[in-house]
Design a protein around this ligand. Structure first.
Ligand SMILES: Cc1cc2nc3c(=O)[nH]c(=O)nc-3n(C[C@H](O)[C@H](O)[C@H](O)COP(=O)(O)OP(=O)(O)OC[C@H]3O[C@@H](n4cnc5c(N)ncnc54)[C@H](O)[C@@H]3O)c2cc1C
Length: 431
């Protein structure tokens, strides 16, 4: 069953502050294009934009609304680098591949800079991001990241903060220190997504909303996608369906759904805080994430709301759970009203490495961004476009990453999460 199909946007802070209305028709005919893309999130739209910039005819099919998925609900933190330590990457892939992956993670941030400027996208894009440690062992991990990125890759944009330095910027007592990165940042993800969609439309891309793809046929160098009311025949196809991939019939996903373990994450938004209160929480505009396995992440919105998120198993009253999480960090917000609460699935892989590749020579996919999708979707779109245009060298690097499969279908996945979340909580407490 396609759980997302024909749905409207969730009621979120992002939805109520969106700055573009781009209602697009549903597909009700038979069309041809050079490339057909499934999914109008940041990943699909990024590929569409890169291809349209190079003169390709592109159709995007979205089962719900543009930005309906993770892209329109996310924490909005655009973070470079890897989920694992740099030394592990060098050990696993060798220095040259690890360095290429690192450079591409920096390019992913540059892509946001470029697109915001080039297409005048109003999405509150702001630089500055800190990863914070709740104990000294976790601070050692941050010290190792700073050292390895500087010594191995010559990266100079990170700064280690002890508790006193951190307190100059953050009104919380619970951390022992942190790692500030002046290059990563944050944005309003739905407005960024709509901005990309608008840029695509202006370049002639056709986007169809409320058009869930229900079947795919690959015949040689042609791919035909069928929605519930129309079809698109194209030379190349890109699957950018992210955590929703497990909903699709195997005729479409060809088994790659096994690489994704969707983990629920939730966000609350306070009422707008007065300037003095907002400054007393975060005074340098940065976004923040701790380095637990089940982590908290937060930032101030353009209108001074605290947007506070956590990875968690769902509970009947997520807003209360999230409020308690927020008060552990900022007890001074006891009287702040919570205006919004929402959630969505994050597309994790078992080893937190992204999964980009091909099902067939002309059928591409990108997913498994594992909490780095705000930035990495831009890169995925670019390297898939490069490959469609004839240069697959960078895609091949990602294809060489080994992503473990999660066997056992949806029920086993949901059981794994039920067991996994208390286990990660235990590790966060005692490791
Ligand atoms: C609560 C939350 C917080 C997050 N916070 C962060 C963060 O701070 N930083 C970060 O980097 N990442 C974060 N993420 C993850 C990040 O948002 C995603 O990795 C990224 O948005 C993925 O983009 P996408 O385009 O691949 O997928 P999505 O935005 O999920 O788009 C996939 C689209 O495909 C459509 N679709 C699926 N199947 C079909 C079909 N058969 N036919 C037609 N359409 C289909 C869906 O409707 C959906 O719109 C967060 C995610 C969540 C849910």
């Amino acid at each position: 069953m396609l759980t997302f199909a024909h749905q409207e946007h969730r009621k979120t802070y992002y939805f109520d502050s969106k700055n573009l209305e781009l209602n697009q028709p549903h597909l009700a005919q038979h069309l041809h294009a050079d490339v057909c893309i499934v999914g109008a999130g940041l990943g699909g739209l990024s590929a569409a934009l890169e291809l349209a910039e190079q003169g390709k005819s592109v159709i995007v099919l979205e089962g719900a609304r543009i930005g309906f998925g993770a892209s329109g609900r996310s924490g909005g933190q655009a973070i470079n680098g890897f989920e694992d330590g740099i030394d592990e990457y060098i050990e696993q892939f060798g220095f040259d591949t690890a360095k290429s992956l690192w450079d591409m993670s920096l390019e992913a941030i540059d892509i946001i800079d470029e697109r915001v400027k080039k297409y005048h996208i109003q999405c509150d894009w702001k630089k500055g991001y800190a990863t914070l440690a709740l104990n000294h062992r976790r601070l050692d991990d941050l010290i190792a990241i700073e050292q390895a990125s500087r010594e191995s890759f010559g990266y100079q944009k990170m700064q280690l903060w002890d508790k006193t330095q951190l307190k100059q910027h953050l009104g919380s007592d619970i951390y022992v220190g942190g790692l500030f990165d002046s290059n990563s940042g944050h944005l309003h993800p739905l407005n960024y997504c709509l901005g990309l969609a608008n840029a695509c439309l202006n370049l002639g891309v056709q986007i169809f909303e409320q058009s869930p793809v229900v079947d795919m046929q690959i015949q040689g160098d042609k791919v035909t996608l069928r929605t519930d009311k129309g079809t698109v025949c194209s030379q190349n196809m890109v699957l950018a369906t992210n955590a929703y991939i497990a909903n699709l019939p195997k005729s479409i996903h060809h088994g790659i759904a096994r690489k994704i373990l969707p983990v629920e994450s939730f966000i609350i938004a306070t009422e707008p805080l007065d300037q003095a209160t907002a400054n007393s929480l975060i005074n340098n505009g940065m976004s923040v994430c701790d380095n637990n396995l089940l982590l908290d992440y937060y930032r101030l919105s353009a209108d001074n709301r605290l947007l506070f998120g956590s990875d968690s198993s769902s509970n009947k009253d997520m807003v209360q759970v999230m409020r308690q999480n927020m008060l552990k960090v900022f007890p001074q917000l006891e009287n702040a009203k919570i205006d919004y609460g929402w959630g969505g699935p994050i597309d994790m892989t078992l080893n937190s490495q992204p999964h980009f590749g091909r099902i067939a020579p002309n059928v591409y996919f990108a997913h498994g961004y594992s909490g780095h999708g705000i930035a990495l979707t831009g890169l995925a779109g670019r390297i898939i476009a490069e490959s469609i245009l004839g240069d697959d060298r960078r895609l091949s690097i990602f294809e060489s990453l080994k992503i473990p499969s999660v066997y056992g279908g949806k029920w086993v996945k949901s059981l794994a999460l039920k067991i996994g979340i208390p286990y990660y909580r235990f590790l966060d407490k005692y490791r």
